[in-house]
Write a protein that binds this ligand. Sequence first.
Ligand SMILES: Cc1ncc(COP(=O)(O)O)c(C=O)c1O
Length: 357
Amino acid sequence: MSRPIHALIDLTALEHNLSVVRRHTPRSRVMVVIKADAYGHGLLRAAEAFKSADGFAMLELDAAIRLREAGYRQPILLIEGFFSISELALFERYQFGTVIHHSEQLEMLPVYRRAGGLDVFLKLNTGMNRLGFTPEQFPAALESLKSNPAVGQITLMTHFACADEPNGGREVARQLQCFNAATAGCNLSRSLANSAAILRYPETHADWVRPGIMLYGASPFSDTTASELDLCPAMTVSSRIIAVQNLRSGDGIGYGHIFHADRPMRVGIVAGGYADGYPRHASIGTPVLVNGRRTRILGRVSMDMLHVDLSGIESADVGSPVTLWGKGMPIDEVAQSASTISYELLCSLAPRIRIET
Ligand SMILES: Cc1ncc(COP(=O)(O)O)c(C=O)c1O
């Protein structure tokens, strides 16, 4: 038998979550964000579940090529664009769209030869202060694109900094107002909304939405659960107990003995650790399912193993199934206990983990 940890990717959950996006955004086209190997779910696996999407957004050129070569004909947008002139031949050959966020990219553009071949998402910095032209720089950037014969369709875009925050509404409104003011009079498509904006701010939906995390069944919000949003977890990471320890009162467990039993207790040792992508910073008490029952992790997560409290789960023994996150064990709760977010857990799934569908 192989090491029991594995991830189950539920394609119907991915399809369902895309339908939730559609329900919220009936008048927008949907560009599914499948960067970082589709947030750890597997690029081509996720693309198949999202085959009805209107477009794909990602930032790894090699992954974009794989997607095109797998036969997907929809627009594929590279959301950091190209990094050097040498990449432009690939944009031309595979008909990728590009985000343009910086004047250096505009300067490289003349190398692109196919007239009208390059669809561009022109990025405006409305307050995220990461990528994009300022409102002051924006008119010249737009003019430069309009006068370039290689450029096909132009879409105007921005990205929200605080749409997922409990009190993010004011900043979303401010960024939206900034975007609308800067782009007033431009008769071009627009794209603004990530998952949080799709779910909470319908006024941001515009022509193209760009959902990421909600497609994978996690909540972008700390104050609303995925199930309250009708999202289904697409990745379930499971393993089994491979040993049981009977601790006496006062015994410590694992590296550093950061947990000591205050009474005799049974502890299960689970095949799964930080080299599998389980967060080392998960605190004592992080929830986990054993035999379908909710319990907690104890002690320090090590490279290949972690420890779970079997108090009250008499049926649990070597071989018992353990759910680390996914169906029945919301990833958002695990992430919160480890001072991180679901995005990081999903993207950290280790290559050594067996994937099943
Ligand atoms: C430009 C852009 N749009 C959309 C998204 C999707 O965001 P989310 O996963 O929060 O829906 C991302 C993700 O980081 C992004 O960088």
